[in-house]
Design a protein around this ligand. Structure first.
Ligand SMILES: CSCCC(=O)C(=O)COP(=O)(O)O
Ligand SMILES: [Mg+2]
Length: 211
């Protein structure tokens, strides 16, 4: 039995469609107005974007949403905009029923639960705090985003293991992305590839995980 489970969100606990068809369009439509209404808190984000790509940062951010870029400043800004959506109850955070049940079961069994997603830590807390299955944040011991490092690099998983305070092979990582699974395994974590749509990964649902 692992001592900790580290999970990805999009494609793993939650559907790709929810992120692509609900969250991204919500942020895209509100991005220019949000930036205009919150100059103080968005100025550092826009400066970071302009340093990466010279030009109009709002146009760059809009294009990055269309390209599904996992850039940290975009993810930070998206999280700020989604906070309005959750507060206004425009949507709830999608979570597969099997994932919610397994997270509760693992938590009750004493397995520490962590998240590693490209979505910002603030966005992760919003999704699980306003999920279809209610507030799941009490189940989690910690959250990691790309401020820790890219999800496709082994060093990020070594940093997470060190932050959690466990030996790498005591942690089970779950993700829908083969490159993330490979990076986690390179760092010594156990890892399972989930493929919810085609069942072609190591597992198709969280019910298939033998802890
Ligand atoms: C935290 S909810 C928003 C999800 C998101 O923006 C994203 O890029 C998800 O990527 P993941 O690393 O969870 O596959
Ligand atoms: Mg994913």
């Amino acid at each position: 039995m692992p001592r900790a489970i580290l999970t990805d969100i999009e494609g793993t606990t939650s559907s790709i469609a929810f992120v692509a068809e609900t969250l991204f369009p919500y942020a895209r439509a509100r991005l220019p107005a949000f930036v205009a209404a919150h100059p103080d808190k968005t100025a550092p984000i826009l400066a970071e974007v302009a340093a990466i790509e010279p030009g109009d940062p709002v146009a760059t951010l809009t294009r990055w949403i269309d390209e599904d870029r996992k850039a940290t400043p975009l993810k930070t800004l998206q999280g700020m905009i989604w906070a309005d959506g959750y507060r206004e109850r425009a949507f709830t955070g999608h979570i597969y029923a099997d994932a919610a049940a397994a997270l509760r079961r693992w938590h009750d069994a004493g397995i520490a639960l962590y998240v590693f997603s490209s979505g910002s830590v603030a966005a992760q807390k919003l999704l699980f705090g306003h999920s279809d299955a209610g507030d799941l944040t009490p189940l989690f011991s910690g959250y990691f985003d790309t401020a820790t490092g890219p999800k496709r690099e082994a060093e990020s998983y070594r940093a997470i293991a060190a932050a959690i305070g466990l030996v790498a092979d005591e942690i089970l990582f779950l993700s829908d992305t083969p490159q993330e699974i490979a990076a986690a395994r390179e760092a010594g974590l156990s890892a399972l590839l989930i493929d919810r749509e085609h069942g072609a990964g190591d597992i198709a649902t969280f019910e298939d995980i033998d802890t």
